[in-house]
Write a protein that binds this ligand. Structure first.
Ligand code: NAD
Length: 428
């Protein structure tokens, strides 16, 4: 979660304003798209394990649903703010539009810290959040999914509450369900693999064989681990990863010049994506300060941890060898640092394109749940590859044709699609 001085919604709006100007959008369309269509603020009373009632605050924001039902995760975090949820809902709209899936954008959050809550208390928060919002969400209205500190188990409690209220089985209401309970095969890999489908295509454009490239990765969680897995399968070499150390409350980078051993590192990593420092040393890794990942002399930087990491300060450390940055995380580059990357001619695959594999696979899950018929993993990943590849090619072609920065090209495509859908519906 970002520090207080950083307002994600202001950043999302300023990115939108820049592209709205480029697209010469009319005033009404701008006014419609730079705000959310609907937002809900709810209070969730929960009888805690000690018998006392505690009231939790929660949100659901539906940014735009002109192209289809709103779609987006629900986060549990003690520092959650409505502005973060608003920004993430808006980014979901652009993400679904850029990969051309028939969904809009939404996001939810509850201010709470699961570290200090029993499973029973978490279940009651999930059920309470649904009870407050059940009328305003649904498989053809707004479809939630797991996000920060929520899992497949939380989704099942929410689904159960939703189905109980509606007296029907509606598995397409929520995604990120465990496999066997309506979840899709391939969902775990989808975001990280999706990142590398775009990297593979970008390397072709840059005439760089993947085997001749090295990468440095921030993060060693879900996105990072599967991105590394597929990148290594196409012969790329990862020489550094960085992660958060819960015990020391700082981040470290782990470097190995001849390439990291993914499975060995996985074996010494907790389920929050934290690598055990002492064990890594024993395996021959150099343990460096947290920011060292950004200073590596590699062709590719993959920020796959959290927002606001490539800043005016850290961007100065980006090595001259770096040819491109692929944003696996949401919002890892601040507006100022982005301008520096652009000036330096560094090729960029923007977050809402690079990490759209997750929502694309969630959409596949929803389709399968609605049909009550499930595909095998190869079919899911094949469909994912084809969606991500065509989205990437459309963005890079536009960038080339109109000499646009890749982030701007991705925004132009996404915003145009949503603006057009809003116009076609007669909203503006
Ligand atoms: P995760 O919780 O599995 O992993 C996060 C990783 O980041 C961990 O390795 C953690 O140690 C590391 N980290 C945290 N703070 C750090 C710091 N200050 N310095 C270095 N490393 C740090 O999360 P994830 O699911 O892999 O998500 C990563 C990013 O990708 C987030 O921005 C998320 O919003 C975005 N994203 C995730 C998905 C998905 O399907 N999981 C989809 C789209 C976008």
């Amino acid at each position: 979660m970002a520090d207080k001085s950083y307002n994600a919604f202001e950043m999302a709006q300023s990115q939108f304003d820049r592209v709205a100007k480029l697209l010469e959008l009319d005033e009404a369309t701008k006014e419609l798209l730079r705000y959310n269509l609907r937002e809900y603020h709810v209070s969730i009373p929960v009888r805690m394990d000690d018998g006392k009632v505690k009231v939790f605050r929660g949100f659901r924001v539906q940014h735009n649903d002109a192209r289809g039902p709103a779609k987006g995760g629900i986060r549990f975090h003690p520092m959650e703010t409505i502005d973060t949820v608003r920004a993430l809902a808006m980014w979901m709209t652009w993400k679904c539009a850029v990969v051309d899936i028939p969904l809009g954008g939404g996001k939810g959050g509850v201010i709470c810290d699961p570290h200090n809550l029993s499973m029973r208390e978490q279940e009651l928060i999930c059920r309470g959040w649904i009870r407050q919002l059940a009328k305003d969400m649904g498989p053809i209205r707004d479809v939630p999914a797991p996000d920060v500190m929520t899992t497949g188990q939380h989704m099942l409690w929410m689904l159960d509450e939703f189905e109980t209220i509606h007296g029907q089985r509606l598995p397409g209401f929520i995604t990120g369900k465990p496999v066997g309970m309506g979840g899709s095969l391939g969902r775990t890999e989808a975001t990280g693999y999706g990142v590398i489908f775009t990297v593979r295509e970008a390397l072709k454009e840059l005439n760089l064989p993947p085997g001749d490239t090295t990468a440095s990765v921030q993060g060693f969680g879900n996105v990072a681990q599967y991105a590394i897995e597929l990148y290594q399968q196409i012969w790329g070499k990862v020489v550094c990863v960085s992660c958060w150390d819960q015990k020391d409350q700082i981040s470290y980078s782990f470097a190995k010049k001849d390439g990291i051993d993914l499975n060995a590192l996985r074996g010494i990593t907790d389920h929050f994506g934290g690598i055990e420092k002492d064990k890594a040393k024993k395996l021959g890794y150099e343990v460096l300060p947290g920011d060292a990942w950004i200073e590596q002399p590699v062709e590719i930087l993959m920020p796959c941890a959290l927002e606001n990491q490539i800043t005016p300060e850290t961007v100065k450390k980006v090595h001259a060898a770096v040819k491109f940055v692929v944003e696996g995380a949401n919002g890892p580059t601040t507006t100022e640092a982005d301008a520096v990357l652009k000036d330096r001619g560094i090729y960029l695959i923007p977050d809402f394109l690079a990490n759209a594999g997750g929502v694309t696979c969630s959409y596949f899950e929803q389709v399968q749940s609605n049909m009550n018929y499930y595909w095998d993993k190869d079919e899911v990943l094949g469909k994912l590859d084809s969606k991500m590849t065509s989205a990437f090619l459309a963005v890079s072609e536009l960038a080339r044709e109109r000499k646009l920065y890749m982030r701007d090209a991705a925004y132009v495509i996404a915003i145009n699609r949503v603006a057009q859908a809003s116009k076609d519906r007669g909203w503006v």
